[in-house]
Design a protein around this ligand. Sequence first.
Ligand SMILES: Cc1ncc(COP(=O)(O)O)c(C=O)c1O
Length: 383
Amino acid sequence: MKELAKKIKHAPKSKIRELFDLAAGRSDVISLGIGQPDFLTPRPAIEGNIEALNKNITYYAPTRGIPELLEQLEQKLKTINRIETSWRDNIILTNGGSQALNLTYASIFNPGDEIIFSSPNFISYFYLAAFFDVKVIEIERRSNFEPDIDKMKNSITDKTKAILINSPNNPTGYSLNKKELDEIADMVKQNDLYLISDEVYENYLYNDAKHTSPASLKDMFNRTIVINAMSKSYSATGFRLGYIAANKEIIDVMEKYHQYTAAGTNHAAQYGFLRALQMESSFFDEILVSFDERRLLAFNRLSEMGFEVVKPNGAFYIMPKIDKFGLTGAEFSKRIMKEQAVAIVPGNVFGSYSENMVRMSYATKLEKLMEAMDRIEKFINVI
Ligand SMILES: Cc1ncc(COP(=O)(O)O)c(C=O)c1O
């Protein structure tokens, strides 16, 4: 048989999915591997979806999404993110944040272009680059996970097309402050680049951390591709709905690609997303308090056990270093799964600078998280 597509064939299978596979069917496993909040999808989202199905809304939706939802997103972008858009020109609905990223790479890059982002970072950024023949320039984060903006600046070449940021960040939990965002925005403008801003964790911020959308900064909307999704904010990863906000020219190119590759998103589910967006944002207050409690529990327990760990201020991940235990992240993850039935993602999944780290998600019930921490303590006491 002739060879299948090299770029896809040689991409490793998702290590996170492999971890789920290892855990499948084992009731003793506590998963700190999953990037999915554990609260129930709010009822209005579910009811909106069911009502639409009951009205037989089961046929193709407009490629960019239903007007009611796009208008609601225009409002959300204006009031929450302080981004002025026109729903007719600047917003497209996608199949989750994942397809928003795919559409972005497909529409921005030509083969040979370069993208710069901090590392460790979310895995898809690396493989999408490989699929679209884009060269990744990975810039190692500083030890507290902040971006090394000077190094980013020095890595810009005439092939650099875009900088990508993800704040709050998966896997480090780092959230960019306003000063860092201003510096990144200046770098983007001075070098005539695009800024891809993945904001899927915008609601998960602790202490005084605040989310600023870089597209709201002066002269930045035209250069910024805002990526967001229903998945994390509404605990609705299975709805597979997300969206992009960008300038008209970019959205027009995206629409073409979307038309021929996905032909739109789930029609009835869009009414669920609409109802979710119409909820008072206070529905999230209690959830955030609970996530903060888990964040502090994970940080305090790991610190007490002697892990070198940065206190995260966003998302729901924590990423300790584990080299003092004499294991790589991959070995740590494999052994703790086998010996203590805890699923933890090895750091090397997230780039070249995190082989000595592991990523834990604390989006799990407090009692389970406590039990997982007890098991981690047992594990490190015997290695
Ligand atoms: C940073 C980041 N961006 C995008 C996504 C993809 O989101 P979705 O599940 O909506 O496709 C994820 C999922 O984990 C993520 O962590």
